[in-house]
Write a protein that binds this ligand. Structure first.
Ligand code: CO
Length: 146
């Protein structure tokens, strides 16, 4: 396991539209992607870019709204009706190597490795094995396609 950069923080919301207004008007965000559906994960997502000294390629906020009745984040929103921080996502250079390493360390991985919102493979590690933090592990995109 080789820890890479903090790619994004996942934030659940009952309304992506309301959250976009909040990030734009309260926090002054200027780069927010169009929301899109990830049906196999039961979510609609969009990304809020945060700037770095060299441009807009900083850590993102991933806004996540439930999509469909089976959505994985409905339970979270029942406990947290306003929404809130849901997961953190770290990049790794090699997703298969990272998965094997977490498994060797006895960490519970939630489901198969799948293609995430950035089009690269991801998996999630159970919060009970991660000091309380639901953790997404994502393979670093080969070229930064923002
Ligand atoms: Co995520």
């Amino acid at each position: 396991m080789k820890l890479g950069r903090l790619n994004h923080i996942g934030v659940a919301t009952p309304s992506i539209a309301d959250s976009i207004t909040h990030y734009r008007d309260t926090l002054g965000a200027t780069h927010i992607t169009e929301p899109f559906d990830l049906p196999e994960q039961g979510v609609k997502v969009c990304f809020v870019d945060t700037p770095t000294d060299s441009g807009m390629n900083g850590t993102q906020i991933e806004l996540i709204e439930p999509l469909g009745e089976q959505s994985s984040i409905r339970n979270f929103l029942e406990k947290n009706p306003l929404g809130g921080q849901h997961h953190v996502c770290f990049e790794v250079p090699d997703i298969a190597e990272a998965r094997a390493d977490f498994e060797a360390k006895g960490k519970r991985i939630l489901g198969p490795t799948r293609i995430g919102a950035h089009g690269t493979p991801v998996f999630f590690v159970h919060p009970k094995d991660m000091m309380g933090q639901l953790t997404e592990i994502m393979e670093t995109p080969k070229e930064d396609a923002h």
